[in-house]
Design a protein around this ligand. Structure first.
Ligand code: HAS
Length: 566
């Protein structure tokens, strides 16, 4: 079987779909302005520059909840759906089911607004992990459910389109981008079932006062059953851009089609049975099952290592096609600062950051090493080098690409735009280095350091963490300023006059090695593997939780950190 040759780089789309995608790109971007500002606030609290419980009426934990929920849940979900519409529409060449796409948009937007109200009014300061006994207003949980259902509708509406494409192209491989989007949403679907159970059966009844207590370890395990595949739901759309666009932007071809398919399919199987690596310190789960999850976690890193070598080979091929020479000299021929191939910089910078995010992920996964860094500021350093590195850069780059091509508007400040990813990289690397150092020294995450470890008036003050903390602060400020520049470019482009009718226009890569490997031609066996692995990985931990004797926890109150039954 050969790959579907994509003869087009540009597809005219129906006006309705255009509106849907542009809304799904612009709406979360407006919220992101708030999410990013809350990030700056975190930096100032943690630097000890703000030394109070709240600033401008925003409580530390309220700001942290807004930062995590908007940046990591809302922005990412909207982008994945919008990008999914764009890829399925352009790579199959078939019109989408517009009614379903509108319903998806309405539910996702309604859910987001519903969850936003309690977050903004301070009645849902439960962070993006919403662990009980932190308790939110029911509207927060119901809003999240609507957001998820909206994203499911989009996914389900693509299935008949792709099935029809397959019937019409019997001896052709599914386009790589379509496979990547399906992998993204299969991982998302698997992930969201346990969190739906957590929200519908534990949190909403508890939050409505129908049940007096909640089973905390069970809620936490259901959350991480969702929470780890969630990170691959973030990563997979970025991987779709890496595999289908980056080699073309580099001037060449994808080194191996098989590597792309293997990566997407392997992540379907191994994204979910590893959530307990977030719970190595959880008392109710035995070490045996923690070790099994640690082992599976090492296996989930394999496709990222395959990706590293495949993309490096693809970039080298592209560079040599354009005159690149020598062992290292070929790097110079890559379009790092080419305003016409500006997306290359967004993708390349993300890859660079991910080298460090990936290595620190392996550290976290190593059961005993994690005990040193768990719940310290090492953790936000790791996840800023993953979700805020490759994922975020690909998503903001992808948003700008969709905005400018679909609306037919030239990007404003093109020469500034090429610098955005490198400034962001400088910010992330400086920020994370500071947090890694203080994390290893024991600085806690999710803590208002301005009231404690960063406050000379506090008995907890740690002067030896100061230098690294300054690095973290400088990095955070660079990130904030970079995003201000990006917002000028994004909203400047949005508000300018169009110069063409607008179409879906992507760089589309063809494979250099188009291998014909039967094992990666069908999603089905990988789905079966995913289900088997989930049964193996989670049956006994759930049995252990059921056997454990814990009292249900009453709600936590910030006014009284000791849980009270009254
Ligand atoms: Fe993670 C915690 C383990 C990847 C996100 N992770 C988190 C949290 C988040 C997160 C948000 O085992 C915190 C959750 C919370 O709030 O508590 N993570 C891993 C492992 C990987 C990994 C093994 N994480 C990610 C990705 C994320 C993400 C991806 C978001 C998108 N993580 C953990 C663990 C914890 C954890 C534990 C819990 C710890 C605790 O105690 O709570 C792996 O998938 C990483 C594999 C990646 C690689 C890197 C490949 C490199 C590439 C770049 C190549 C570069 C090129 C350019 C070609 C092996 C692809 C070359 C250019 C040059 C100039 C040289």
């Amino acid at each position: 079987m050969k790959s579907a040759v994509t003869p087009y780089a540009s597809v005219d789309v129906e006006p309705g779909l255009k509106k849907i995608i542009l809304f799904e790109i612009a709406f979360p971007m407006i919220l992101l302005v708030l999410g990013i500002t809350m990030g700056l606030l975190q930096v100032l609290f943690r630097a000890g520059i703000i030394r109070s419980q709240s600033f401008l009426g925003i409580n530390y934990y309220q700001g942290l909840t807004l930062h995590g929920a908007i940046n990591a849940i809302v922005f990412t979900t909207f982008f994945a759906v919008a990008f999914g519409h764009a890829i399925i529409r352009s790579h199959t060449g078939k019109p989408l089911l517009l009614g379903a796409a509108w319903w998806s948009l309405i539910l996702m937007t309604g859910g987001t607004l519903m969850a936003a109200v309690p977050m903004l009014t301070g009645s849902a300061s439960v962070l993006y992990t919403f662990y009980p006994p932190l308790k939110a207003h029911p509207a927060f949980y119901i809003g999240l459910v609507l957001l998820v259902i909206g994203s499911w509708i989009a996914f389900f509406s693509w299935i008949p389109i792709v099935q029809q494409w397959k019937r019409e192209n019997l001896n052709t491989k599914m386009p790589l981008g379509v496979l990547g989007i399906f992998a993204t949403f299969i991982v998302w679907f698997i992930a969201t079932i346990p969190v739906a159970i957590e929200i519908l059966f534990l949190l909403i009844p508890w939050s409505l006062g129908w049940t007096p207590t909640v089973n905390v370890p069970l809620a936490r395990m259901l959350f991480w059953f969702f929470g780890h595949p969630l990170v691959y739901f973030w990563l997979l759309p970025a991987y779709v851009m890496y595999y289908t666009m980056l080699p073309k932007l580099a001037g060449g071809k994808l080194y191996s089609d098989f590597a792309g398919r293997f990566t997407f399919l392997w992540l379907i199987a191994f994204s979910a049975p590893i959530g307990i690596h977030h719970q190595y310190t959880e008392p109710a789960i035995s070490t045996t099952w923690k070790f099994v999850h640690a082992f599976f976690t090492m296996l989930v890193a394999i496709p990222s290592l395959v990706t590293a070598f495949t993309l490096a080979a693809s970039m080298e091929h592209g560079s040599r096609e354009n005159g690149g020479q020598g062992l290292f000299g070929w790097w110079k021929k890559l379009p790092f600062l080419d305003p016409n191939r500006w997306l290359f910089g967004y993708l390349f910078a993300g890859l660079f950051i991910f080298i460090f995010g990936g290595i620190t992920g392996i550290v976290n996964a190593s059961y005993n090493l994690d005990n040193v860094v768990h719940n310290t500021s090492w953790m936000p350093a790791h996840f800023h080098q993953t979700v805020a590195g490759p994922v975020f850069l690909a998503f903001i780059g992808g948003s700008l690409l969709l905005l400018s091509t679909l609306s037919g508007k030239e990007i404003v400040l093109k020469r500034l735009n090429v610098w955005i990813p490198y400034l962001w990289t400088l910010g992330i690397m400086t920020f994370s280095t500071g947090l890694f150092i203080t994390g290893v020294a024991g600085e806690p995450r999710r803590t208002n350091l301005g009231l404690s470890y960063a406050n000379p008036a506090s008995p907890l003050y740690q002067p030896s963490w100061r230098a690294a903390r300054v690095a973290g602060t400088i990095g955070g400020v660079i990130m904030f300023l970079t995003m201000l520049l990006y917002f000028v470019i994004f909203f400047g482009t949005l508000l300018r006059k169009k110069s063409s009718a607008g179409a879906l226009a992507f760089p589309v890569t063809t494979p250099y090695h188009d291998e014909d490997v039967a094992a990666v031609q069908s999603i089905r066996p990988w789905l079966v593997a995913a289900v088997i692995l989930l049964i193996v990985a989670y049956t006994m931990p759930f049995v252990e939780l059921a056997r454990a004797r814990y009292e249900g926890a009453p709600p936590y109150s910030p006014a009284s950190p000791v849980a009270s039954r009254r």
